[in-house]
Ligand binder design. Structure first.
Ligand code: ATP
Length: 410
């Protein structure tokens, strides 16, 4: 079954409001095997909305509308669905009574305009909305088409969908089992990864492959939908077995765990600890590491050596460029010695937009890992603006440590 979602409301055409209902609905629909083929945001305009509904019904079996069920003149979803489907709207006494009772319970008298919310499309089932005044509506049309009207406030839409719409949808959609497998990959540009694995995943329509990229970090998600759980799991396993050897040790987790969590587990297994000295990342590395619950078992802390004075306080006087191998090395070595940690990571670079020189253009970052019998320095040149450079720096520092810990102990 294919679905379309139409979020109704002019406020969502302004820069200050976002349609989040459709994201939540998409997640719910995908989980039961319904694909969202298209979605739209339409302002409070009866003609435009009716047009959008008509078009959506021409393409898709399920059309979900969120919002525009309020009592005011600009709440036009009911009327637009009536226009698009040719169904009349009629006042439903039971709904009207329920609305009046709700007002009475809250110690208020129902305003005349609230009557609008008791108009129901001919043939539609009323979906009670205990958290609000406007009920939802479920309208089954010939040729297996369904229009679902839901209130806009997320606190009303979510329970109404779960309690009323889902059981009705389950009657129409054959049950599906879903299995997913997620590879997380570091140290590889998205385009290189795609070139490597797309010959495999392009051969499959099921599982579906999604590639999500952040600076220095890529998630590859395979999701299979089948009649049985065994079949879905077999399919993602089959895909994983083909992709795994192509990516090799660049895959750092297969269960969705982020790099900092994987590193924490590796440190813990070695009874090792980590300290950091950060300049251009200003604490981002420490923040990532401490996002992991229980990180105090392996992360000692560190310093934000942003200014020259703070660098000198850690490593003593120096005459070299602060973005240099020599300074980066001393930052890591001194941080390690002072704290007595097993490993230390230092980061010093030019995040931009200013401060670039011919020798060290914006994006230049030195990262050093100091550990037992090893001091490893790498110079990077990251692309993009400040936030991306800093994101890349943190990710690559973590990846240097992971790779070092993957090395066999000599
Ligand atoms: P009400 O009966 O409360 O008026 P309604 O169905 O008419 O409900 P709207 O008036 O369209 O809903 O929206 C009410 C509020 O719900 C909006 O101000 C907004 O905060 C929230 N809302 C509406 N649509 C969405 C959406 N698509 N995503 C997230 N929030 C939404």
């Amino acid at each position: 079954m294919n679905a379309e979602i139409i979020a109704v409301g002019s406020e969502m055409l302004t820069p200050s409001r976002v349609d989040t209902n459709s994201l939540w609905l998409t997640d719910q629909l995908n989980a039961m095997g319904v694909e969202v083929a298209q979605k739209a945001v339409v302002g409070d305009h009866r003609g435009r909305l009716a047009g959008a509904i008509r078009e959506a019904l021409g393409r898709s079996e399920l059309v979900i509308l969120s919002g525009g069920l309020g009592p005011t003149e600009d709440d036009l979803t009911r009327e637009a669905v009536a226009d698009a489907t040719g169904r009349v709207l009629a006042l439903n006494d039971t709904v009207l009574e329920a609305i009046a009772t709700r007002f009475a319970r809250l110690g208020r008298t129902m305003a005349e305009i609230n009557k609008r919310q008791a108009y129901i499309l001919a043939g539609a089932e009323v979906l009670p909305n205990p958290r609000g005044t406007a009920p939802g509506q479920w309208l089954e049309l010939p040729e297996g088409r369904v229009v679902l009207l839901l209130p806009g406030p997320p606190g009303e839409l979510k329970p109404l969908f779960e309690n009323e719409a889902l059981p009705r949808l389950r009657r129409l959609v054959p049950p599906l089992a879903i299995a997913t497998l997620e590879f997380r990959v570091a140290g590889m540009p998205e385009s290189d990864l795609d070139q490597l694995i797309s010959p495999v995943y392009r051969r499959y329509e099921n599982p579906v492959t999604t590639v999500l990229a952040k600076p220095g970090d890529i998630q590859v998600i395979f999701r299979a939908r089948c009649a049985t759980r065994e079949e879905a799991e077999r399919l993602v396993r089959e895909m994983g077995d083909q992709v795994r050897p192509l990516l090799g040790d660049r895959v750092y987790s297969e269960n969705g765990d982020p790099l900092e969590k994987v590193i924490g587990e590796m440190l813990l297994a070695r009874a090792a600890t980590l300290v950091v000295a950060e300049s251009c990342t200003g604490g981002l590395l420490g923040a990532r590491l401490t996002e992991v619950a229980g990180s105090s078992a392996w992360f000692r802390g560190g310093r934000i050596v942003y200014s020259m004075d703070e660098k000198r306080a850690l490593i003593g006087d120096f005459t070299e460029d602060p973005v240099s191998e020599a300074v980066a090395r001393r930052l890591a070595v001194c941080a390690r010695e002072r704290s007595g940690s097993t490993f230390a990571l230092s980061i010093t670079g030019v995040a931009g937009p200013d401060g670039g020189t011919e020798a060290n253009p914006v994006g230049t970052v030195w990262i050093v890992l100091a550990g037992p019998g090893v001091v490893m320095a790498r110079r990077f040149r990251f692309p993009g603006e400040r936030a991306r450079v800093r994101g890349f720096a943190v990710q690559n520092a973590l990846e240097m440590l992971r790779r070092q810990m993957c090395e066999p102990v000599r």
